[in-house]
Design a protein around this ligand. Structure first.
Ligand code: 5AD
Ligand code: SF4
Length: 473
């Protein structure tokens, strides 16, 4: 586990740039000799932080002379960025890595990298070492900047490389980045988590909180706005503790307020916020801001005080609902979403009923709901577990209730005009385009290729459980 953290020294950063150049030369030579460029395939599992990390991994790979491909069979470098938050995510990662075995058999020069949260855990490192011998390189999420060095060494004949965790939890500024979208962007403002919720693996795999310098964050946002980005999401496991580790009298609300001063046509989202330190000051800054989206993602996890205590969440339902009421008092139009876990080890029928009552009271626009998944090394994994059938039954009941609340909330948008960022063609139906409101609600409307990446005003004709439908004005 991390005891210290530091920003990557300029010297170490320079070293990695040199490695990028060396790999670039090897790849250039290959392109000239063989008449074709080596390609990189990046697969990302898990949260937005992982997506942001993958944009840096891809950015470095492009600098090293690889071309991006969506087809793993065509790649000379496959990067799997894994997640450890629930067992399901780990099983998926391992099954996907398993599928790359046959590609390696056909193409022995293929380099397979497995990185991200899953591979910080010792038992997973051992799994990969022994059961996945065709994986070449493994590194944890705080070591992504070392990928160029590892790739160069492996290309130059080194043994398989295992670098799960440096116990220092470095973070690097100035890595090349290749963003997936030309109008939506992630900006990490801090890394790691100090909260140790008793069910959660994140503090063990992502280390202690460390905040980026405010100038670095503000400059990154300003550059994005200047390039025309419209929707910028500030990321951290708990953005509300931004700056605490640096000891300055400058908190997340101050950062948000400074970012809001940047001129332009854009909106700012942020996630995730821990309710124990979601301050009135932050809500006041949001309410007074020009660019901060009227959307609050505030994970409640449970509506039962005894479960919240066992989860080590450090708030009770009364405190939670107090924050929610204040958000709605200051911003009646604000969309609120939440995370809920059912089947946490100590959860009784009564506790679960408390969660249902909390959902009735909170009336979230949407929730991300999860069945508790034991994570090795966390306190909750050692407690007496709830039967799977009980978890499933509670999960189904909770979803049915939340769906009726979401539907009721979405119906209230009918007849209103909402500002929507147009994202493009709907995946399932090319005759429909889709976008998101600043509150994160999905809206479907008629095709309008000229508006991709722009804000449009949509008149909402129908509000359904999971989406809104309307016409552009
Ligand atoms: N089991 C189920 N859900 C979990 N989450 C975190 N850890 C676990 C776990 N072990 C959920 C929490 C968190 C979200 C990102 O994932 O609700 O807010
Ligand atoms: Fe996990 Fe809790 Fe940290 Fe969120 S705040 S990352 S749930 S430990």
């Amino acid at each position: 586990m991390a005891e210290a953290s530091k920003a990557l020294s300029p010297l170490d950063a320079k070293r990695q740039i040199e490695y990028m150049e060396r790999v670039f030369s090897l790849n250039e030579k290959h392109a000239i000799d063989m008449g074709l460029r080596r390609k990189v395939f990046v697969l990302t599992l898990g949260c937005q932080q992982n997506e942001a990390d993958s944009e840096r991994l891809l950015g470095m790979a492009l600098k090293m002379g690889y071309e991006k491909t969506e087809v793993p069979d065509d790649a000379s470098l496959i990067i799997v960025n894994t997640c450890a938050i629930r067992e399901h995510a780990e099983k998926r990662a391992l099954s996907l890595v398993g599928q790359y075995k046959h590609i390696k058999a056909k193409n022995p020069e293929l380099i397979i990298v497995v990185c991200g949260c899953m591979v910080v855990q010792e038992h997973r490192v051992n799994d990969i070492k022994h059961r996945y011998p065709y994986v070449d390189i493994l590194f944890g999420p705080s070591l992504i900047h070392k990928m160029p060095e590892h790739i160069y060494n492996r290309m130059s004949g080194s043994k398989r490389i295992f670098d799960p965790d440096d116990k220092i939890y470095t973070f690097a500024e100035g890595l090349p980045v290749c963003r997936e979208s030309s109008f939506k962007a992630w900006v990490s403002i801090m890394y790691g988590c100090n909260n140790f919720c008793s069910y959660c693996i994140v503090p063990y795999v992502r280390g202690r909180e460390r905040s980026r310098k405010r100038e670095d964050v503000i400059n990154e946002v300003r550059e994005l706005v200047e390039k025309g980005y419209k929707d910028i999401t500030l990321l951290g496991q708990n953005v509300n503790s931004y700056g605490v580790d640096s000891g300055f009298d400058y908190d997340f609300a101050d950062l948000l307020s400074d970012i809001d001063k940047i001129e332009g046509d854009y909106i700012i989202h942020f996630m995730t916020s821990h309710p124990k330190n979601a301050s009135k000051k932050l809500i006041d800054v949001m309410a007074d801001s020009k660019h901060v989206a009227r959307h609050f993602h505030l994970p409640m996890q449970s509506g039962s005080d005894s479960v919240l205590r066992a989860m080590n969440r450090r708030y009770d339902f009364e405190k939670y609902i107090g924050i929610l009421d204040y958000i709605r008092e200051k911003m009646p139009e604000c969309t609120v979403s939440s995370d809920i876990i059912v089947g946490f080890p100590t959860e009784t029928d009564k506790d679960f009923e408390d969660t249902l009552a909390a959902l009735e009271r909170a009336r979230f626009d949407m929730i991300y709901s999860f069945q508790y998944s034991p994570r090795k090394g966390t306190p909750a994994a050692e407690m007496v577990q709830i039967e799977q059938s009980v978890k499933q039954e509670r999960f189904d009941r909770m979803l049915a209730l939340q769906n009726s609340i979401s539907l009721e909330n979405n119906k209230k948008t009918e007849g209103k005009t909402l500002r929507v960022l147009c994202e493009g063609e709907s995946k399932n139906n090319t005759d429909t385009y889709f976008g998101r409101t600043e509150g994160g609600k999905i809206v479907f409307f008629e095709p309008c290729p000229e508006n991709i990446g722009k804000f449009v005003d949509v008149n909402i004709e129908r509000g359904d459980t999971f989406a809104l439908y309307g016409k552009i004005i």
